[in-house]
Design a protein around this ligand. Structure first.
Ligand code: LLP
Length: 418
């Protein structure tokens, strides 16, 4: 469900024509629908209204401060994986006691920053990390609240690059060794054990893997409580998938129901870390066709957005629908939609029957709100594109286009080169 649709053959975000935004900000740009973002958050959050829970929006999916603020204003916490994301979350007004911090490689200054900010908990991913947090907390004279991120070894049945909860992945602590690790954590002076956490992967389109993981966590919680370890939080991570093409992921209400059916006898506050399901279909990338050409019978549509702006197709061969900004009853033509980057892997769609777009026309790459801008880069010295938010018939630039000077910001020329 989203609010990108055609009105009189013009693609609109809510009721704002995409073309009018393009005329104001130029292309390429990311465009988000406030109504969609708010609705997705509300649907997800209210699906869990019958159990105590905190939604911690996963900042890595989209870390724009205005976007974070939309969810924070709705009561969201934030799931972070770096000091940078902590900074952004706090700047956006997040309640530190609703911030959870995962990640296998937390650095000392990041841990200290999180301790100083008094975040809700660290999701600890290794024995050494646990020791490090204990040590830094001790030196700061504070106690760190933690959960262990356990690796429940369930197959999320998703793309191998984004599956994280199987035993061969780098994430988390082997669930079979976690009891031992928890016993150790209980003995550490500057550690307070408060939760159990897992995150099994992303773009998951079935309920079963989540339930398998939950069942394994429930067993662990029971064993821990037997030993007198007070577990108050169960963090089930994120990972619920969306429809990019033909996928039929469970509706958040069905996902929630399946979880709540098994959750009533667990006396815990649940934490969820959704990213994609909230923002994925709430954003598009708008780009202009620069040229078309045919090489060896293959039609190329060369557009002004590239893999540096949206990496997902190149990195995961992932599908994003391509739609013309003006419909005009076009015939579909088998094409590759490619960007200006000097890499053969720079494409947004490959071997796809897409509406015949011509030089100077605009197209939208759909479902680009999650892991779109947040994974973009300056490769080929391309300034990063603006982000624009539509609300109530108006649009707001929530990140301006980088300038050429931004590209060299922070660089310095040593004297011997002058
Ligand atoms: N929590 C943790 C600990 C995570 O690592 C992630 C995503 C999430 C929550 C949010 O997952 P979501 O609800 O968005 O599935 N760049 C890839 C996705 C990588 C996901 C990494 N972790 C992509 O573009 O598909």
């Amino acid at each position: 469900m989203h609010y990108f649709h055609y009105i009189d053959d013009q693609l609109c975000c809510e009721d704002v024509p995409v073309l009018s935004v393009a005329q104001a900000v130029g292309t390429p740009f990311y465009l988000y629908s406030h109504r969609t973002l708010k609705r997705h958050f509300e649907v997800f959050d209210s699906a869990f209204k019958d159990i105590p829970h905190i939604i911690c929006f996963s900042a890595k999916a989209n870390s724009n401060g205005a976007i974070l603020r939309i969810f924070i204003n709705e009561g969201s916490g934030i799931d972070i994986v770096s000091g940078g994301e902590l900074y952004r979350a706090l700047e956006a007004g997040a309640d530190p006691r609703k911030i959870v911090y995962s990640g296998v490689g937390k650095r000392e200054e990041e841990i200290r920053y999180a301790l100083k900010s008094d975040i809700l908990m660290f999701n600890v991913e290794s024995s050494q990390e646990l020791e490090a947090i204990n040590e830094y907390a001790g030196r700061m004279g504070v106690v760190a609240r933690i959960s262990l991120r356990v690796n429940p070894d369930v197959d999320p049945m998703t793309h191998p690059h984004i599956s994280t909860g199987m035993k061969e992945n780098k994430f988390g602590i082997d669930i079979n060794k976690s009891l031992e690790e928890y016993r150790h954590a209980e003995r550490l002076k500057h550690i307070e054990v408060i939760g159990v956490d897992c995150h099994i992967g992303s773009q998951i389109t079935q309920i079963a893997p989540f339930i398998d993981a939950l069942d394994r966590l429930k067993e662990l919680i029971a064993s821990l409580r037997n030993e007198g370890v007070g577990i108050r939080y169960l963090d089930l991570g994120g990972g619920l998938g969306i429809t990019y093409d033909q996928e039929t992921p469970p509706h958040p209400a069905d996902y929630a129901k399946a979880i709540m059916d098994r959750a009533r006898d667990i006396d815990c506050t649940f934490i969820f870390e959704p990213g994609r399901v909230i923002v994925g279909n709430a954003g598009i990338l708008v780009s202009e066709v620069l040229y078309t050409k045919t090489n060896a019978d293959k039609r190329f549509v060369i557009v002004d957005a590239g893999m540096n702006d949206l990496l997902r197709p190149s990195l995961y061969d992932s599908y994003h629908k391509i739609q013309p900004v003006e419909l005009k009853g076009r015939k579909s033509i088998l094409s590759d939609v490619v960007g200006p980057i000097c890499e053969s892997g720079d494409y947004l769609a490959r071997g796809r029957a897409i509406p015949g777009l011509e030089r100077g026309e605009l197209m939208a790459v759909m479902s680009a709100g999650a892991y779109g801008f947040s994974m973009s880069s300056n490769y080929n010295s391309r300034p990063r594109v603006p982000e624009v938010l539509v609300k109530d018939g108006m649009f707001y630039v929530i990140r301006s286009r980088e300038t050429l000077a931004d590209l060299a910001r922070g660089e310095s020329i040593p004297d011997f080169l002058r």
